[in-house]
Ligand binder design. Structure first.
Ligand SMILES: C[S@@+](CC[C@H](N)C(=O)[O-])C[C@H]1O[C@@H](n2cnc3c(N)ncnc32)[C@H](O)[C@@H]1O
Length: 188
């Protein structure tokens, strides 16, 4: 995921206050959060206990960080409206029940809070989208559950978020995995 580092600062720029990062991975976002962030809670089902670089990144962060080994598509152990911001970066592709995770993310976000994301997903061009649909079953098996054909904006809106901004662009790499959705959504 390191090759995505140049895209992280802009996606994280609106984050502030107490942040819940879903799909925390190996803590690659921590150094890119802006100064207004006061704490980060990171959720990920992946075990990284023995990975020294992850604990090092957490230790070096400019704010307190708590990492929980937990999947997001179940009930989250947080009160409704607990967080100022929710963040996902290249994670909605990998969550088996992304709609359930987004519903929980919506619940734990404060009214007026922000959901900041950068995700890859379904192409607008019909020909690329057809290839994505064809390749997705194999891709998901080989690439750890990653789906390349999810319509991210529709998923986000279906969970009750209101899209305040959405940038669609193609990043470097093969077209089927380079279709980016960078956005800010609100809970009204
Ligand atoms: C492509 S990686 C991105 C990691 C990180 N967000 C980044 O930007 O480097 C996808 C992440 O989603 C996590 N993931 C998979 N299923 C999940 C679930 N049910 N709930 C939360 N995270 C999940 C994976 O463990 C993995 O860390």
């Amino acid at each position: 995921m390191r090759q995505m580092n140049p895209l992280r600062p802009e996606a994280l720029e609106p984050a502030h206050g107490e942040v819940l990062e879903v799909g925390f991975g190996t803590a690659l976002n921590l150094e890119h959060y802006p100064p207004g962030v006061t704490a980060v809670t990171g959720l990920d089902p992946m075990e990284v206990g023995a990975v020294a670089t992850v604990s090092e990144r957490i230790r070096e962060a400019a704010f307190p960080v708590e990492r929980k080994t937990l999947r997001a598509d179940g009930e989250l152990p947080f009160d409704a409206g607990r967080f100022d911001c929710i963040v996902t970066t290249w994670t909605l592709c990998s969550i088996p029940d992304a709609a359930a995770a987004l519903a929980e993310m919506h619940r734990v976000l404060k009214p007026g809070g922000l959901y900041c994301f950068i995700e890859h997903g379904r192409a607008d061009a019909a020909s690329t989208a057809r290839w994505q649909d064809r390749i997705n079953p194999l891709w998901r098996r080989v690439c750890d559950g990653c789906n390349i054909n999810r319509k991210i904006d529709r998923l986000v809106e279906s969970a009750g978020f209101e899209l305040a901004n959405l940038d669609r662009f193609r990043a470097k790499g093969p077209g089927i995995v380079a279709q980016m959705y960078r956005g800010i959504a609100t809970r009204t």
